[in-house]
Design a protein around this ligand. Structure first.
Ligand code: FES
Length: 591
């Protein structure tokens, strides 16, 4: 690593050559305000001009997010000229911004307000016309409101980098510029998979999830039996909303909060995850021994299912027919659970707390209805749950640790917990497939070859009783596309593939707490590199703490088969727990 000598505010420093001034300043302990720059160059438009500084060797002020340091450079961050220029940049942005902040869902987490505060920008300095507003509320998962957009381009970069799809782009030119799917279409009229990664990176309220909090409030007031189920990744991140360090598991406090919010029963989706493994593992074994489309591909990520339906309709037979865990569990609640409790399924309202925005669209799929009842009635994200907790005045960090309701669906195993991490579904399935093929438990139980938190492709080859099972894992559609094209070309060497819509899996889902270093003064500077790993570790450690770590050992899942379903992949199990897919066409012109 070569170093260069620079001065910041007259103080000498040695920094890595090639860094931008913004990065170098951060390494030396200075936070230069920024908006369009994001995540180590993932988005580097250099367009917002919030990061302007003075630097020797440059003509005038420079955007520190794109300008590199060089030997002998002297940088002035807080000179009157630089300070004034940054303030003006923000004031100009505010002049064309919808400032109805008290009604904005980003309230409290808006980076535009943050930079307004740190630069001392005043409202109303520049008055004039506002650019035309475009609002899209048609998608079940996403809302786009251009009156709050600052044209930073982060969403465009994430959509393109995470998925290689480029659904979002700049439309028009100059003052008429806005961000949109092509031709200003709604998200529902584009091949958007509604993963919500764009929401995760939007610094303002221009891109948000569709809130279902009002729907949940109404259900609780209606007197229905409102049952809540929470996905594994939620417990690994909800604590961040209440200033706990990233990766703090908060399972017990989250359960306590859900009870205080008025839910009648609080269940873990891990029961549904164990059930998924029983069904999916059996399906894989059937395909391996009796024939069927191989490789089989997991189907619990709705973002991925959307992508497959839009882009790989010919490969849909490769998807496992299993519903996702919360949909399976919703179907069980409205059938077996309702029967055991003597409750009419029509009087039950199932709410899923998910790290995912695409789950909001998934729950509305016409294929996910059992006996005329939707399997799941509402989906709220981790962020929405945190809003409900704050609104109720619950002091999250002072809550006692409580346990899930134990009746009928209270048992779960460590295999279910790790569903929230990329590679987790694969590992959970292999633990059970190994047992089914050999009659022995897999040793060691952790299959570390499939672990990792990056968005690339991981692969492993396992010898199970003389049967070689080649597996691959991808998260984010850019990586998935490589594996899918291999299948399409007849070159795939795998029997089983796990695909997750979001890079890193559900722990980095589109509904998870925002990771913003500017709001996280207690986190280390590398938090944008390490948060996925820290959240994943929270789930792996919960798996390690479980006495039961294989789905086939879940006693209440076994009881469900014994009393109601028969056996995995039975006719009844298929009716309740499996689904179908359909190719969606008509968007080729905007791919
Ligand atoms: Fe540097 Fe936007 S953060 S120009």
């Amino acid at each position: 690593m070569s170093l260069v000598n620079i001065k910041i505010e007259g103080q000498p420093y040695q920094v890595e050559a090639g860094l931008t001034i913004l990065e170098a300043a951060k390494a030396c302990g200075y936070e230069i305000p920024s908006l369009c720059a994001f995540n180590h160059g993932e988005c580097n438009q250099g367009s917002c001009r919030v990061c302007l500084v003075e630097a020797t060797g440059a003509r005038g002020l420079v955007a520190s997010c794109v300008y590199p340091v060089n030997e002998g450079m002297e940088i002035k961050i807080s000179s009157p000229k630089a300070t004034e220029a940054r303030r003006r940049s923000v004031e100009l942005m505010l002049s064309n911004h919808n400032k109805n902040c008290q009604q904005c869902d980003k309230n409290g987490q808006c980076e535009l307000l943050h930079v307004a505060q740190v630069t001392g920008a005043r409202e109303g300095v520049y008055e004039g016309v506002h650019s035309e507003t475009h609002i899209d509320t048609l998608a079940p998962g996403l809302v786009r409101d251009t009156s709050k957009c600052i044209l930073c381009g982060r969403c465009i970069a994430r959509c393109s980098n995470a998925h290689g799809m480029g659904i979002l782009g700049f439309e028009n030119r100059g003052f008429a510029t806005f961000v949109s799917p092509a031709e200003n279409r709604s998200f529902v009229d584009s091949p958007c998979i509604q993963c919500g990664q764009c929401v995760n990176v939007c610094p303002t309220g221009a891109l948000m999830e569709q809130s279902e909090i009002a729907k949940v409030d109404a259900a609780i007031k209606s007197g229905k039996h409102v049952i809540v189920q929470a996905a594994p990744a939620v417990r690994a991140a909800i604590g961040e909303e209440f200033d706990n360090p990233v990766g703090t598991p908060c399972t017990g406090k989250m359960i306590a909060a859900l009870r205080r919010l008025g839910f009648e029963k609080v269940y873990d989706v891990n029961f549904g995850a164990d059930l998924t493994i029983m069904e999916e593992g059996t399906e894989l074994l059937n395909r391996l021994t009796n024939g069927g489309a191989l490789p089989m591909i997991t189907s619990c990520s709705p973002g991925w299912v959307n992508y497959a339906e839009y882009n790989y309709g010919d490969l849909l037979p490769h998807l496992s027919s299993c519903k996702s865990p919360h949909e399976m569990q919703g179907a069980v609640i409205k059938s077996y659970w309702a029967q055991e409790k003597g409750i009419d399924p029509k009087d039950i309202f199932v709410v899923s707390v998910m790290p995912c925005v695409a789950k909001k669209a998934e729950k509305d799929r016409e294929q996910l209805v059992t006996n005329g009842n939707k399997d799941v009635d509402a989906v709220i994200t981790t962020r929405e749950l945190a809003k409900m907790i704050r609104r109720a005045g619950i002091i999250f960090n002072r809550l006692p640790d409580e346990d899930w309701d134990q009746d009928i669906m209270g048992d779960y195993t460590g295999a279910g917990v790790i569903f929230g991490v990329t590679g987790g579904v694969m590992e959970a399935a292999l633990r059970t497939v190994y047992f089914k093929l050999t009659g022995k438990e897999c040793e060691p139980i952790e299959i570390k070859a499939v672990r990792g938190h990056d968005a690339g492709i991981r692969e492993a080859s396992l010898d199970i009783n003389g049967t070689t099972v080649n597996v691959a894992i991808a998260s984010g559609m850019k990586s998935a596309k490589v594996l899918l094209d291999e299948i399409r070309e007849g070159k795939s060497k795998y029997q089983f593939i796990e695909i997750m819509g979001c890079p890193g899996g559900c722990i980095n889902g589109g509904g998870q707490p925002y990771v913003r270093s500017c709001f996280m003064p207690n986190e280390a500077d590398d938090i944008l590199d390490t948060y996925k790993e820290k959240r994943a570790q929270a789930l792996y450690s919960e798996d390690e703490r479980q006495v039961l770590r294989q789905s086939h050992k879940n006693p209440q899942v076994a009881e469900l088969y014994e009393k109601y379903l028969g056996e995995p992949n039975s006719h009844k199990a298929h009716e309740l727990l499996h689904t179908t897919y359909a190719a969606r066409e008509g968007f080729n012109d905007v791919k």
